[in-house]
Design a protein around this ligand. Structure first.
Ligand code: AMP
Ligand code: ZN
Length: 470
């Protein structure tokens, strides 16, 4: 079996992946907070996680993937200050302050998120876990953390006591004394917190959260869970208290995942996650794309501009997941042109047949197993496409094989059906060209184009394609 090498944020190095159970991967991917549409920055992270999952599937692993839906508890600041993002969204959308409105809001943005991931050909997890459905598990984990001496209460919340956990900075590499969680302007911090980095496990209905609509009974009074405890509780419930990989975007390293790691250890007494894996940001003009930065673009905006969502997936393939990807419309256009070029060639080839493409397969596997080197895997694809010595049916078979990882939708590509009439026009044009009758050749090309097709000259004649909108 092929060795897979992955960068582990915890050890800060690329390591050979060693599964807990042979040929099995237990995978937790931090899902969306459903207070708004996802932007294409968020979606870059889910595409990276999809490459990861598909790589393992391709290499013969059975994958169990859990992804949360945060529908309560994620406050405006990741460091647990301000209001719940969901509550703010109610105000933004002028909805009446009721549980039913919150649930409707969560449902709307969950559905939009799932639709986006499907449009991007992202494989669905085994289970989406909405936080509000796992309050019991969260309370049980907080109780264990408390029993083990890592929690304390104030009037506003139950906090994790970071001073009690000596390995708090393990994931981020930050020293606790350097970790300054600055109170944001206008955001009231809890004056009774022992350390600024202490984070809420459970919020009480008090202070800024006194009118929070979603609340449940608990040993600490009515309230609602903190964002970080959600992921710890749901990952442990479905993947057990020892699982393989936990993923997210790099912004999760210093707070969300640092806090999860602390909770996991404090609650179970041992390490729960073997590998922490993080994707770099999508940027615009070198700034992180973000909802609060106001520079975000949704997938719908891409569709409105007649882009194929898979052109965005292709763009994501071209940059390694641990490198920043700076978004521009020009780079998206170039990615779409390359993707359509691939589609056209693929569609022009004959039916897939068995044959030897082992050299390419080995190179492809080497690239994906080397910390998901997708740009290299894509280069292997283009080398194969350009290989004149290889039969086109074998190339088709190979591309369908590789596309199980790339996810560019080649298996759904319909063979282009060119009407006889158009083929005839193309034949006549070739004839006119051979006779150097340029005006007639041009006239026939125009006729072909007005009928919705494109004709391109090739070494052995011509290639007919569907004309696309963009
Ligand atoms: P959220 O819905 O805010 O919890 O974010 C969902 C996912 O998107 C998380 O894994 C974040 O780390 C990730 N994310 C947020 N902004 C970006 C960005 N600009 N580029 C890539 N990933 C991002
Ligand atoms: Zn999470």
């Amino acid at each position: 079996m092929n060795k897979i090498y992955l960068y582990n944020t915890l050890t800060r190095q690329k390591e050979e992946f060693k599964p807990i159970k042979p040929k099995k991967l237990s995978l937790y991917t931090c899902g969306p907070t459903v207070y708004n549409y996802a932007h294409i920055g968020n979606l870059r992270t889910y595409i990276f996680e999809d490459f990861l999952k598909r790589t393992f599937l391709y290499l013969g692993y059975k994958v169990k993937q859990i992804e949360n839906i945060t529908d309560v508890g994620h406050l405006v600041s990741d460091a647990d200050s301000g209001e719940d993002k969901m509550m703010k969204a109610l105000e933004r959308e002028n909805l009446k302050p009721a549980v039913s409105s919150l649930m409707k809001l969560a449902d709307k943005y969950t559905k939009a998120f799932i639709a986006d991931t499907k449009a991007l050909n992202i494989l669905q997890p085994d289970k989406y876990t909405p936080a509000t459905k796992y309050i019991k598990e969260m309370i049980a984990l907080i109780k264990k953390i408390e029993e083990n001496g890592y929690a304390y209460q104030t009037d506003l919340a139950v906090y994790f006591d970071v001073n009690k956990f000596k390995d708090y900075g393990l994931l981020s590499g930050q020293k606790l004394e350097d970790k300054i969680i600055a109170a944001r302007d206008g955001v009231v911090e809890d004056p009774d917190k022992k350390h600024p980095a202490d984070f809420a496990l459970w919020f009480k209905l008090a202070g800024v959260n006194k009118n929070h609509i979603m609340h449940w009974p608990s040993p600490w009074g009515e309230g609602f869970p903190g964002w970080h405890i959600e992921c710890s509780a749901m990952s442990i419930k479905y993947l057990s208290d020892h699982f393989d990989i936990h993923c997210g975007g790099i912004d999760h390293i210093p707070v969300h995942h640092t806090n999860e790691l602390a909770q996991n250890r404090a609650g179970t007494g041992h390490q729960v996650v073997n590998v922490w894996s993080h994707g770099e940001f999508l940027t615009v003009d070198s700034n992180r794309m973000g909802k609060s930065a106001g520079n975000f673009i949704t997938l719908q905006t891409l569709l409105d501009k007649d882009f194929n969502p898979l052109a965005y997936r292709y763009l994501a393939l071209q940059t390694h997941y641990r490198q920043k990807l700076n978004f521009s419309w020009d780079s998206l256009t170039a990615a779409q042109n390359a993707l359509y070029n691939l589609y056209d060639l693929f569609a022009s080839w004959k039916k897939p047949i068995s044959g030897d493409y082992n050299r390419y397969r080995q190179e492809f596997i080497k690239a994906i197993s080397d910390d998901l080197n997708m740009p290299k895997a894509l280069a292997v694809v283009w080398n194969l496409v350009k290989d004149q010595a290889l039969d086109s049916g074998v190339k088709k078979k190979a591309l369908l094989d590789f596309d199980q990882v790339l996810g560019l939708g080649l298996n759904k590509l319909k063979k282009i059906k060119i009407p006889i009439k158009i083929k005839k026009l193309a034949e006549n044009r070739l004839d006119a060209k051979n006779k150097k009758d340029w005006p007639l050749a041009d006239k026939l090309r125009n006729e072909i184009e007005s009928a919705g097709y494109l004709v391109e000259d090739t070494a052995d004649g011509y290639l007919l394609k569907n004309k696309r909108k963009s």
